[in-house]
Design a binder for this molecule. Structure first.
Ligand SMILES: Cc1cc2nc3c(=O)[nH]c(=O)nc-3n(C[C@H](O)[C@H](O)[C@H](O)COP(=O)(O)OP(=O)(O)OC[C@H]3O[C@@H](n4cnc5c(N)ncnc54)[C@H](O)[C@@H]3O)c2cc1C
Length: 371
C-alpha cells in the first residue's frame, strides 16, 4: 500500500527520534527524550496491537531479588556488583512510583517471601546462615534489614517452616501501570504507531532509514528497545526466554497476600485481588523455552497446576481462568545493555526477569545517551 502525501508529511517526516518497541523501556525512553528535547518529533513503532513482549505479560513483582538469588549472584559477581544490582532495582521502582503514582498502578507493599521446599533443607539452612551477612551487605540500599524470618502463616504445604521475607517488596497491577504509562507518553506529544514491525535499518551520515513491513522513512536517531526480540535487529547477544503464567478464577476467602518466590526463583506467585497468579518452570525445558514465539506447553502448565494443588492451595478448590506467556531478554550477565551501536543508533535491551524494577531507569539512561 502506498502512503499518501498527507500521511508521510504528518506522521513520517522530520522525525528526530524513533523508538522501536513500546514496552516499559521504549516508553520511558520516549518520556525522557521529550523532557530533554520538548520540541522534538518522537515516534514509537510497535509490532503488536498492544505492547507485545513482556511489559504487559509479567507478574507485577516490584522486587529486588530473593535471598537465594542474591547468594547465587554472589558466586558470579563481587559484593559491590551485587549491591549495585539491588540498588538499581530499588531506585528503578522508586522512579516508576514517582512517575506514575502508586494509585495509578495499584502499588501495594505487602512484602515478598522466599519459600523453600521441604527437600531444599540445605539451601534453606545456607540462606539462614548467611542472613546477617547479606543484611549488612544491603544495609546501604534499604537502610534496614533487607531480609527477615517469618513463619509459614499462609499454610503452604511441603515447605520449610519459615519464609525469608523482604518487607520492602511490593506488587503492582501490570495492566494499569502500562495503561497509565502509555497515556502519559501520548499526552506528552509522542506518536505511537501500532501493528508496524521494523524489519531493518540503514545508517547514513546524518540519518537512519528505517524499513518496516509497511513503509520506509527517515529518522535522525533510532533507539532499539525490543528486549527479547533484539537479536532480530541488532548483533547484541540477547537470548529470548519465554515465561509461562496462569491465573485462577476468583477464590472465596483467599488469605494469601504478597509476592512469593519458590524453588530458587524458578517459580513465582502472588495474589491479585482474590486470585492466584503463578508463573515459572523454564528450568523444566530451558532449550525449548529459549524462543521468541509465544505459547504454552503441557509440561510446564501441568507443573504449575501441580504446584497450585499441592503447595499453594492444598485444601482449596480452584479453577484456572487464563494462561499466557511473555518473552524476556536474557544474557550471561544480569546488567542490561544500554549503548550506542552506530553513529545514530542506540539500544536499551536485556532486562532479564527484572524489567519492571529497572525499566524506567534503563529508559532514562537510554534517552540520556543524547545529552
Ligand atoms: C511472565 C513474565 C513475568 C515477569 N515478571 C516480572 C516481575 O514480576 N517483575 C519484574 O521486574 N519483571 C518481570 N518480568 C520481566 C519484565 O516484564 C521485562 O523485563 C520487561 O517488561 C522488559 O521490558 P522491555 O520494554 O525491555 O521489553 P518488552 O516489554 O518486551 O517490549 C519490547 C517491545 O518491542 C516490540 N517489538 C519487538 N520487535 C519489534 C519490531 N521488530 N518492530 C516493532 N516492535 C517490536 C514488542 O512487540 C514489545 O512490545 C517478567 C516477564 C515475563 C515474561
Amino acid at each position: 500500500m502506498n502512503l499518501s502525501y498527507w500521511e508521510y508529511k504528518t506522521w513520517l517526516s522530520n522525525i528526530n527520534f524513533t523508538i522501536v518497541g513500546s514496552g516499559i523501556v521504549g516508553l520511558n525512553c520516549a518520556l525522557y527524550l521529550k523532557k530533554l528535547f520538548p520540541k522534538a518529533k518522537i515516534l514509537i513503532l510497535e509490532r503488536g496491537h498492544l505492547p507485545q513482549g513482556a511489559s504487559t505479560k509479567n507478574a507485577g513483582f516490584a522486587c529486588f531479588g530473593s535471598i537465594s538469588e542474591v547468594l547465587s549472584d554472589l558466586k558470579k559477581h563481587s559484593e559491590e556488583e551485587v549491591r549495585q544490582l539491588v540498588l538499581k532495582r530499588w531506585e528503578g521502582i522508586q522512579l516508576l512510583r514517582e512517575n506514575l503514582g502508586d494509585e495509578q498502578m495499584d502499588y501495594q507493599n505487602n512484602g515478598g517471601h522466599e519459600i523453600f521446599l521441604k527437600e531444599q533443607a540445605d539451601l534453606y539452612d545456607d540462606c539462614l546462615d548467611k542472613l546477617n551477612r547479606i543484611n549488612s551487605l544491603l544495609k546501604p540500599v534499604f537502610g534496614a534489614d533487607a531480609f527477615v524470618v517469618q513463619p509459614n502463616s499462609f499454610k503452604f504445604k511441603g515447605v520449610q517452616k519459615n519464609y525469608i521475607t523482604n518487607p520492602f517488596e511490593g506488587q503492582i497491577n501490570t495492566g494499569s501501570m502500562m495503561k497509565t504509562l502509555l497515556a502519559k507518553v501520548q499526552h506528552s506529544g509522542v506518536t505511537i504507531l501500532n501493528a508496524i514491525a521494523v524489519e531493518g535499518y540503514q545508517e547514513n551520515m546524518d540519518h537512519v532509514v528505517v524499513k518496516t513491513d509497511q513503509f520506509e522513512f527517515k529518522t535522525n536517531k533510532l533507539f532499539i528497545a525490543t528486549n527479547g526480540f533484539a537479536s532480530q535487529l541488532i548483533g547484541e547477544i540477547v537470548k529470548p526466554a519465554r515465561a509461562q503464567v496462569l491465573i485462577t478464577k476468583p477464590i472465596e476467602n483467599l488469605s494469601v497476600k504478597g509476592t512469593f518466590h519458590l524453588d530458587e526463583g524458578y517459580y513465582y506467585f502472588r495474589n491479585i485481588e482474590n486470585r492466584i497468579l503463578l508463573g515459572g518452570g523454564r528450568n523444566l525445558d530451558f532449550k525449548g523455552e529459549e524462543t521468541s514465539s509465544f505459547g504454552e506447553t503441557t509440561l510446564i502448565q501441568n507443573r504449575l497446576e501441580e504446584i497450585l494443588r499441592t503447595i499453594i492451595l492444598p485444601d482449596t478448590p480452584f479453577e484456572i481462568d487464563l494462561r499466557w506467556s511473555g518473552i524476556m531478554g536474557m544474557g550471561n550477565q544480569k546488567k542490561p545493555i544500554v549503548k550506542q551501536l552506530a553513529n545514530n543508533v542506540y539500544c536499551g535491551v536485556r532486562m532479564g526477569g527484572m524489567g519492571i524494577a529497572i525499566g524506567s531507569l534503563v529508559g532514562r539512561e537510554l534517552a540520556n545517551l543524547m545529552k
